[in-house]
Design a protein around this ligand. Structure first.
Ligand SMILES: [Zn+2]
Length: 563
């Protein structure tokens, strides 16, 4: 019997289709109308968005309710990423996730605070036992906020399957009114074959869009030949908001035959970075606009590509007329059509493929070591998606490591020899990537003897930089020696000019206090409701350490009426 049951579960895991997804199980976690600032699968820097971003009326502190029974299976508190995040595992195997929370509620909040005080740290990741924090549908579980890498107050809401793969929450019957047709803003052609061309050129070609009477589009007629792929820049808007969100499904056809389909139902976190392979990275870095390539290149395992014939490429033949068509759908089935009229013509190539040859040609499937002056670079196999020339030069203290126009999938190491620096200074050195203002932005660096090693997934210029200045700490809402009996929070501003903040610790009268770190405001804040036993006269001490170990200490006295 037991075997039979687990067999059923196993089959369920493999075989469930869209129709098995419960559409009336999860209630709205907020008691406001759902308006989305972002939707599932939408393209972000280096990842597909794994949930929906629900607008919270430009406010924080909206109550969040359990959308179904379950228990708190995970809690994560960190300054970056999801900020304060809550995970609820439901008896049907799905997990719901709530990110960027201002705080948790009730027993959950108490459990987190108790743990933070016991461990004496702000950052915690907890996996409570099933019996510890059960929730019933409708229970208050948290308050919405803007913590972590959030650009404004909203609730990031996810639904994950039993393998922790994020799924499109709209599949679960969550109702988002959408009467607007997806918008197409650009179409591109990519000649791929050796003798392929579009209008006698072999590079990415933007096609002119011509609006049709029915609202759909046609592109300019093109003369083309050989193996060609197409790309699209598109977005969708839902009712009640102007946010440019992602579309749900894109399908292409060539002379009526289905070529390619991309569908945003679910993906796994292990594949999300392949976004950089699927989109035109070079175009994004130069134009800040995402082009989805409607074909599958090598080293692109993305499961959101659900149908493909010849990897989505078309093969245009000489002297034949063809039609390539793209259909873009949103979740509600609003549709936009774009057709590309193609005249097959084998013509001379006037603009051949641009390839800038250098002395460093990298085979993507080999590991490569390169030394330039005092820098050495190790590129593991499959860090790059395709074989390519890299432009690498050392200019004294600066390593020009190509340009950020090619994506890197997994970490590349850059090692710098620092034996020419005074022994006394070496501790303060790190490897930084020069930002657009020429400042060395800290790249996670380790030191071993007279070698510094940084790991990176971004091309650009790197340098060995020294950070000799400790962080700064300033009071925000109190002054030395003053009474602050009516304040709910104690806030200090912490900054570091070069390597950045690594850690901090705060005490009052020698006892640990929990200060939450808001890196967007550079503020640490202590909540007096935490009820750390204070005296009338109190001594606050805050220690902040930067990424190369420079330390700063701030001390202040304040008075507070005893309760
Ligand atoms: Zn989000």
């Amino acid at each position: 019997m037991k075997n039979f049951l687990s067999m059923l579960l196993l089959l369920g895991g493999f075989a469930y289709g869209q129709s098995d997804i419960p559409t009336d199980y999860f209630a709205n976690p907020l008691d406001i109308n759902l308006v989305l600032a972002g939707n599932f699968g939408e393209m972000r820097a280096n990842h597909f968005h794994s949930g929906i971003d629900i607008k919270t009326e430009q406010r924080e502190g909206l109550p969040i309710y359990a959308p179904a029974d379950g228990y708190v299976s995970r809690i994560n508190v960190q300054p970056y990423g999801y900020g304060k995040a809550l995970y609820i595992l439901h008896p049907n195997g799905y997990t719901t996730v709530y990110g960027h929370l201002r705080s948790f509620a009730g027993d959950i909040e108490k459990y987190v605070k108790d743990t933070q005080y016991a461990k004496e740290t702000f950052e915690v990741e907890l996996f409570p036992e099933k019996i510890l924090l059960p929730v019933k549908k409708g229970d208050l579980i948290a308050y919405s906020g803007n913590t972590g890498g959030s650009g404004g107050p909203h609730l990031h809401f996810e639904i994950r399957d039993s393998s922790q793969r994020p799924m499109n929450p709209l599949l679960f019957g969550i109702e988002i009114p959408d009467s607007k047709t997806p918008i197409v803003s650009a179409i591109f052609a990519y000649p791929v074959g050796e003798d392929a061309h579009v209008n006698q050129g072999q590079n990415r070609t933007k096609l002119r869009l011509i609006k049709q009477k029915d609202g759909n589009y046609k592109t300019e007629d093109i003369k083309a030949f050989g193996k060609i792929g197409f790309g699209i820049t598109t977005y969708d808007q839902q009712d009640g908001a102007s946010n440019k969100n992602g579309t749900y499904r894109i399908e292409t056809r060539f002379n009526g035959t289905e070529k390619f389909e991309v569908l945003f139902n679910k993906f796994s976190f292990s594949e999300t970075r392949y976004l950089n392979r699927y989109t035109d990275y070079n175009y994004y870095e130069t134009n800040k606009s995402m082009v989805q390539k409607l074909f599958r290149e090598t080293n692109n395992p993305l499961s959101i590509i659900t149908k493909e014939e010849d990897n989505g490429y078309v093969n245009v033949q000489d002297s034949l007329q063809s039609i390539y068509a793209i259909e873009v759908n949103d979740f509600k089935g609003n549709r936009m059509y774009i057709s590309v009229p193609i005249e097959g013509a084998k013509l001379d190539i006037l603009e051949p493929k641009k390839v800038e040859k250098t002395e460093d040609f990298i085979y993507a499937d080999h590991a490569t070591s390169i030394t330039k002056g005092k820098f050495s670079i190790y590129i593991p196999a499959n860090s790059l998606y395709e074989d390519t020339y890299l432009d690498i030069k050392d200019e004294g203290d600066i390593l020009k490591f190509h340009e950020d126009l090619i994506p890197i999938h997994s970490n590349i190491s850059i090692t710098a020899d620092i034996s020419s620096y005074d022994e006394a200074d070496r501790d303060k050195l790190y490897i930084g990537r020069l930002n657009y203002r020429g400042l060395p932005y800290y790249t996670s660096t380790t030191r071993s003897g007279d070698k510094l090693t940084a790991k990176t997934r971004t091309f650009g210029s790197y340098t060995v930089a020294a950070d000799t200045n400790p962080p700064t700490i300033k009071s925000v809402n109190f002054s030395e020696g003053k009474w602050i009996s009516n304040q709910n929070f104690l806030k200090v501003k912490i900054t570091d000019d070069l390597s950045g903040i690594s850690s901090y610790r705060a005490t009052i009268n020698g006892k640990f206090i929990l200060m939450e770190y808001d890196y967007k405001k550079d503020v640490l804040s202590y909540n007096f409701n935490d009820n750390v036993n204070l005296e009338t006269e109190n001594n606050l001490k805050v220690i902040v350490i930067d990424n190369v170990g420079n330390s700063a200490t701030f001390e202040a006295k304040f008075f507070r009426k005893q309760p």
